[in-house]
Design a protein around this ligand. Structure first.
Ligand code: GCB
Length: 648
């Protein structure tokens, strides 16, 4: 139940009508594709990033915006508005603690001129509003008319607004987006609102949001908002899968077209230099590439991240109109396969030496920020990291584009973090989880960097309903994408974990000498060894150590080592690495440090202005651990490359 949506008593009728009429359109959302907006000969983009008008609904019910229908007029006519940057989380932008910790509806608004060539009724164009990610539940209006609703942060949604912009071309177009960050037992991630009714302790109507995850629940318009055009008949989706045999690459493609029943489709695959290497016609087919350049991970090959370009060209006739659309998708030709003890990329053993990340930084929160993105990739390359997990939600498409180009391998995780309460394993949660996986696969299916889907992080997978739940989510994900392995990240007991039978790779988190036996560095090796042996004996599946490490406050020293000091971090790494080095010769296929950088969390007695397990500070300065890992990762990279050369 959302704050501002608590049933009849508090929920405004206006909001209810909008919600249920939009429910229908949101059910249809997954019928179409979700191609990343791109300019081409037939498509234009207008970015709406910058300063938007903003108002948080501080009313007790958080529902005044709906009762007073703020979307029907300029937001500034509803009351005081402030400037809010987009993309960014709203939490850390002002000095107002009420806004930092705000729960409920916030309202964004931008007025924008839409070019005449888009709005002319005979333009032959569609105009689409696209939101890269808004956390969590969002409703969008154009000139006061509702156009879409979307549940869930971290994944894009869009609405065809052609009719609305064409019906009023002489006025700027007013885009209003309301976003509610309330989490419930059935959202992903789950959360709950707790009302504090004891008025001797709390002000009237006081409530808090409880969550079971360890990062700040940043909210707002986190990724770019834009308008883009397509012709009226257009390329709606493209699915590409790849393979190779000897030196011949194979690209299978399927194109879906909307707006015409008799389109004609041609495709041309070009290499990096722009020379066409294969062509085909028809909405589905296979391309063969002689002397293929495979897509290789960073440091596994001297030419990693090789991308071909698949240009899809559609022509269609509808009545007397002729439409033409172009869309180009990058294609990395590679295969992924898992054996009982190996993770194979292009049939060669791949060892994940990488990190877990967060989308998180000062001021911006989870807002997309290019300097930060490029800095992070520089740090990953400096570190010799060949991979990361998108802990604990899907990252921006802009980030995955970089991974594709640089050869950084990705475990693509959905926002299934903190699924702890047994009530989050019922049908309502499961249905939503299946939709989220479908949205994720639909968005990222063509990315060579994505080699595995992760459907959850540290759920209560020992609970009885976890069996059916994870069987369903994993089976569904595999049917959506039969080409990639599926996992979830566990911290449960190997014997009682109900989801592990369904995964392809065991991903396990452990914090020996930290959360378990804190301060006892001497237990790490024995406990880690036992952990690996237990899981492997039971499942005979490759294992990734998907999280490990310790909080470090740079500048704190102690010898003999004590928790939080620079000396302690070194020993934790040494002890873990000694076991990894033994087990990677058998069935351990990766190690991902927790975490790449310090990050913000909710306030608690165990977090000193956030989680300090970064190998870099939140401002991206290295701690001692970063240098130790750097030595190790470059050595591991050399070994992986040597092994690959020997491997048939
Ligand atoms: C974990 C979680 C991660 C936390 C981390 C920690 O097991 O997966 O989200 O941030 O531990 O530092 O406690």
């Amino acid at each position: 139940m959302y704050v501002g949506m608590q049933g009849d008593r508090k929920m405004g009728r206006a909001w209810k009508i909008i919600f249920f009429s939009l429910l229908w359109s949101s059910c249809l959302a997954l019928e179409g594709g979700m191609l990343t907006p791109k300019e081409s000969r037939s498509r234009e983009i207008k970015e709406l990033n910058g300063v938007w008008k903003f108002r948080a609904d501080f009313s007790k019910t958080r529902n005044t915006g709906f009762e007073q229908r703020w979307f029907t007029k300029r937001l500034s006519e509803s009351g005081p508005v402030i400037d809010m940057p987009v993309p960014a989380s709203f939490n850390d932008i002002t000095q107002d603690p009420r806004l930092r910790d705000f729960i409920g509806w916030v309202w964004y608004e931008k007025e924008v001129w839409v070019p005449q060539r888009w709005t002319a009724v005979d333009s032959g164009q569609r105009v689409v509003l696209r939101v890269g990610s808004a956390h969590y539940n969002s409703i969008a209006w154009v000139n006061g008319a509702p156009v879409t609703q979307h549940e869930g942060g971290h994944l894009p949604f869009e609405a065809d607004i052609t009719r609305l912009v064409q019906s009023n071309p002489s006025q700027p177009c007013r885009i209003t987006i309301a976003v509610n960050n309330t989490l419930s037992l059935h959202t992903l991630p789950p959360g709950s609102i707790q009302y504090m009714s004891d008025e001797t302790k709390y002000p009237a109507g006081y409530f808090v949001q409880n969550t079971n995850f360890d990062f700040f629940n940043y909210a707002g318009l986190h990724r770019p908002v834009l308008l883009y055009t397509t012709p009226k008949a257009y390329i709606d989706d493209i699915t590409v899968t790849t393979d190779f045999a000897d030196s011949t690459g194979v690209v299978n493609y399927v194109v879906s077209i909307k707006g015409s029943s008799n389109p004609s489709v041609t495709v041309a695959l070009s290499d990096k230099e722009g020379s066409v290497v294969a062509t085909a016609s028809g909405p589905a087919g296979m391309l063969k590439v002689v002397d293929v350049n495979l897509w290789w991970p960073y440091l596994m090959h001297e030419n990693p991240g090789y991308l071909y370009s698949l240009e899809v060209h559609m022509t269609a006739k509808s009545g007397s109109s002729q439409y033409e659309d172009y869309y180009t998708v990058p294609v990395g030709i590679r295969t992924v396969r898992v054996t009982s003890h190996q993770f194979l990329i292009n049939s060669k053993p791949f060892y994940f030496h990488g990190v877990n990340k967060h989308e998180d930084s000062d001021i911006r929160g989870k807002g997309l920020d290019w300097p930060l993105i490029v800095k992070d990739f520089n740090l990953l390359q400096w570190l010799g990291a060949n991979s990361f997990r998108t802990s604990h939600y899907p990252y921006a498409e802009e980030i995955l584009d970089m991974c594709d180009r640089l050869g950084i391998v990705v475990i693509d995780e959905c926002p299934g973090v903190g699924i702890k309460d047994i009530r989050s394993f019922g049908n309502e949660s499961l249905t939503h989880h299946l939709i989220v996986m479908e949205e994720l696969v639909r968005r990222d299916k063509n990315r060579p960097s994505v080699v595995m889907w992760s459907v959850a992080n540290e759920p209560s997978s020992e609970l009885a309903p976890a069996d059916y739940y994870f069987k369903s989510v994993i089976t569904r994900t595999k049917s959506l994408d039969p080409t990639r392995p599926v996992t979830f990240v566990s911290n449960s007991n190997f014997n009682r974990d109900k989801g592990a039978p369904y995964v392809d790779v065991i991903c396990v988190n452990s914090y020996f000498s930290w959360y378990h036996d804190p301060g006892h560095l001497e237990v790490i090796q024995i406990q880690l060894n036992t952990q690996f042996e237990d899981w492997y004996k039971k499942y005979q599946k490759p294992i990734i150590q998907s999280e490990y490490w310790a909080d470090v406050v740079p500048g704190l020293h102690s010898d003999p080592p004590m928790m939080f000091t620079e000396e302690y971090q070194k020993i934790v790494l040494q002890e873990y690495h000694a076991v990894f080095d033994r087990k990677r010769k058998e069935y351990v296929v990766g190690e991902l440090i927790w975490n790449f950088a310090d990050f913000m969390t909710a306030q608690s007695t165990t977090r000193v202005v956030g989680n300090k397990k970064g190998i870099f500070s939140r401002q991206r300065q290295p701690k001692t651990g970063a240098f130790i890992l750097r030595d190790r990762y470059w050595k591991l990279a050399n070994e992986t490359r040597r092994l690959a050369a020997r491997y048939p």
